[in-house]
Design a protein. Structure first.
Ligand SMILES: [Mg+2]
Length: 248
């Protein structure tokens, strides 16, 4: 019995600034049926309130209180310790922690914009790691796609620093099991009572399966049939789009 639905945002509810047909109605249906709903995104370029604004503009009934992002998890994890943050300005509202640029307990790596991490910044982080600072990564994606094509993503620089320092980063966000388990706990359901709906076969579907959730793959957004087949990963349900999501 599904008591909570976790919805990936980009590719499931909208693509860019275009809402997916039936997305708002589908979320309304879930609310009306008394099912707990969470918006789950790996975005590390926008704060939760910006994401909530976008959803509101698109007419999708998911507020800031329904959203889960890696930044809030990282903030909890850091707690009273200190960190040096490499993130976009917009994200700072979700990551208010005590900062130290000289001897931080943690380095936090997020998307910094442009073409990514320049060599002098990598060097700076490397020296911190060699002095005992631990590395936290908002995600570890290999590459991403924007209007002009493929680009290196955060995972590239995280991996480089892991290689050089011999240390492993603690990675937040999808597909980490901890992210899914944290959300289920916050919603007050067991993983088996939760359904993850996503367009990314690895990050959304495999990650959620490994955490014990039920899964539904939508054929919108980045969905690509031959790539899905190559991975061998089987979602519990395949939906044409979010429009077809009905919980019995
Ligand atoms: Mg997606």
């Amino acid at each position: 019995m599904v008591q909570a639905v976790l919805l990936d945002l980009d590719g499931v509810l909208y693509v860019g600034n275009q809402v997916i047909n039936g997305a708002a109605q589908a979320v309304h249906r879930l609310h009306d049926a008394g099912i707990k709903v969470a918006g789950v995104t790996n975005t590390t370029t926008q704060a939760k309130h910006s994401v909530a604004q976008k959803l509101q503009k698109l007419g999708i009934p998911l507020g800031e209180q329904h959203l889960f992002t890696p930044a809030s998890l990282v903030k909890n994890y850091i707690g009273n310790k200190t960190a040096r943050l490499y993130i976009r300005d917009d994200l700072r509202t979700d990551l208010q922690v005590t900062q130290s640029n000289t001897k931080p307990d943690y380095i936090v790596m997020g998307d910094i914009g442009g073409l990514g991490y320049p060599p002098q910044v990598l060097h700076e982080i490397f020296l911190h790691l060699m002095q005992g600072t631990d590395l936290l990564a908002l995600h570890k994606n290999r590459f991403w796609k924007k209007e002009d094509g493929l680009h290196l993503d955060l995972g590239t620089w995280v991996a480089a620093l892991e290689y050089a320092s011999g240390k492993q980063a603690k990675v937040f966000g999808k597909p980490s099991q901890g992210f899914f388990l944290h959300i289920c706990q916050q919603l007050g359901v067991s993983p088996a009572q939760a359904l993850m709906v996503g367009d990314d076969i690895e990050s959304d579907i495999l990650g959620a399966q490994q955490a014990g959730l039920q899964t539904a793959l939508v054929q919108t957004g980045k969905y690509n049939a031959s790539f899905v087949q190559q991975t061998g990963i089987q979602p519990d349900t395949l939906l044409q789009s979010i429009d077809k999501l009905y919980i019995k």
